[in-house]
Design a protein around this ligand. Sequence first.
Ligand code: NAD
Length: 354
Amino acid sequence: MSDFQALLDTWDGETAVIRRDRETGGWIFICIHSTRRGPAGGGTRMKVYASPADGLEDAMRLSGAMSRKLAVAGLPFGGGKGVIAIPEIPTGQPRRELLLRYGELVASLGGTYCTSSDMNTDEADLDVIWERTKYVFGRSVATGGSGSPARPTAIGVFHGIRASVAHLDGSDDLQGRRILIQGAGGVGSELADHLAKAGAAILVADLDRARAQAVASRVNGDVVHPDDVLEADADVYAPCAIGGTLDIDSASRVRCPIVAGSANNQLAQPEAADVLTERGILYAPDYVINAGGAIGVAGTEQLGWSEDQVNAALERIGETLRDVYRRSAELGISTAAAAEAIAEERLSEPAAHA
Ligand code: NAD
């Protein structure tokens, strides 16, 4: 327990709920980092950790990241995160029972924490949690939810790419621009369609070559080998696969003048953002450009927005990025630092829901 105490002493969040799940031998952590702007929103991660304290640390860190992400997105939510730290990932009935227990714990918080999916949880799991609490977003269409957030995420990234191109070149016209999408999954594949429709030339890289080929064929694009992404000659590099793609080495090598994609936690080393700035490469901070999923799901399910309202909010991702770029240029700081500054400002504004 002293491990937990030492960790919590370092944390600036509001509430940490710690529950031993005796049935599985696991631990459940719900960290509510901030409710200043509204109820804390954030996904539930199910994962095998080396120690329970690692699970708590992840929940603490990720809940802070959610506060910044949702504040910059302008949503009336604070940041939270649920972590189910478990000896092995359960399936079948034991999984269902665990999720029901988890749902009861979320319900007991009375709406201060609203969950969605994250690593190793999906909309089917959210449907189960929904049986115990209404404080869920991202459940399946069959139960009245909005389903996968990949589509609004891709639309948000599309607007973010247009804003990034406009910042560098004065026009957001994508006609003839070469855009390299790393990862032809849920987001990357949808993004390719939007970009191609706007006239961009698409390059696709995926470890799953058949997947890359399928998307490239659909949009009349080309496949790039996954190892050749950094050296590729394109106007925009859109990382839509995995996190940690930008460290000091890769930031020194990337050739595209714009890095703008959906992947979470792209900066493996924070200094990579400074390297990109020094090289004149425009980096769209990941949590700013990939907020479309949160906007779409929270807007539809929790805020009662119409499709038009959701689309307008997705378009505002472009405006937010322009603001980030302006500040970065004016203050001579990286775009990542500029985004952090906007987040800090919004988190210290008077409570939006008071
Ligand atoms: P996905 O699992 O559907 O697709 C990821 C794709 O990337 C897969 O096709 C995989 O084969 C490929 N891939 C993995 N490693 C690769 C590599 N090294 N090089 C090339 N391709 C590689 O995931 P997704 O839902 O499309 O999400 C993509 C990224 O965006 C993830 O980092 C995710 O965390 C982030 N993100 C997703 C959403 C969302 O709504 N789905 C929201 C915010 C952020």
